[in-house]
Design a protein around this ligand. Structure first.
Ligand SMILES: [Zn+2]
Length: 252
């Protein structure tokens, strides 16, 4: 079996366009996560929204709505529903590599009982430190769930064969990381919220809460990693999903 990479959209995020560095009063952007089937086990990169957000009454969703933000999630879009369509039992997911601890990236962890969470140490520490967790909006209820945790200090070769590499890309949050996946499908750089969408490569628009100096440095470093054939997959780019998704969603 060779490595297979899938992309799944786990709901949509709705915000003022200005909150995403996009034109328009109101924009809706996809919330993707990624599934890697490797001969040594299944790894996810991010895990989408918490399934509890299918319920419009979920408490944190209510809190977001007071800030002019909203998400939508249907039962068909949850992490578990996507994995089932890929014939993957959530209980056999070996690694949940998390770009960062925001609820729309770590939210699905509750659905992965046996996964080892793979995260940068400085992100995990920030999540438990009162001031940084408040500043960056890192909510323990979505990640402090008793999983085994593998803390990284920089780059890491996940399976030891060079196919899947964690790459630190700090700035959006203190320990944000990206993932490079090399497979028969090509060379993919999953950059998460180091770059929300294609336009940010030029505009360098970053969220208010973020460390802009670090974000510029991280984005420059990610761009420098690209080979001519590399496909960059952005954190929340409507143009990469929809009718012509940048990655397949399920086995053909
Ligand atoms: Zn995000």
């Amino acid at each position: 079996m060779t490595l297979r990479l899938f992309g799944c959209v786990c709901g949509q995020f709705h915000s003022p366009g200005a909150g995403m560095g996009m034109a328009g009063d109101r924009v809706s952007v996809p919330i993707p996560f990624y599934v890697i089937e490797h001969p040594d086990g299944v790894a996810l990169f991010d895990c989408g929204l918490p399934a509890a957000m299918c319920d419009r009454e979920e408490s944190y969703l209510k809190a977001l709505q007071t800030q002019d933000l909203d998400v939508s999630l249907t039962p068909e879009e949850t992490l578990t529903a996507h994995l089932e369509r890929l014939d993957i039992d959530p209980a056999r997911v070996r690694y949940a590599v998390i770009s960062h601890l925001h609820f729309d990236h770590a939210g699905g962890l509750r659905e992965l009982p046996n996964a080892t969470v793979v995260v940068q140490r400085r992100e995990w520490d920030a999540g438990f430190e009162r001031e940084t967790s408040n500043k960056y909006g890192l909510r323990k209820r979505y990640f402090d769930l008793g999983h085994q945790v593998r803390l990284l200090d920089g780059e890491d070769d996940l399976f030891g064969d060079g196919s899947v590499t964690c790459i630190p890309s700090y700035g959006h949050t203190p320990g944000h990381q990206s993932l490079r996946v090399r497979s028969g499908q090509g060379d993919h750089l999953l950059v998460g919220d180091a770059c929300y969408h294609c336009g940010v490569v030029e505009s360098r628009w970053f969220a208010d809460h973020a460390d802009h100096v670090a974000m510029n440095r991280s984005l420059d470093a990610l761009l420098a990693l690209r080979a001519p054939e590399t496909v960059m997959v952005f954190g929340h780019d409507p143009a990469q999903w929809g009718d012509a998704p940048v990655l397949p969603a399920a086995r053909a």
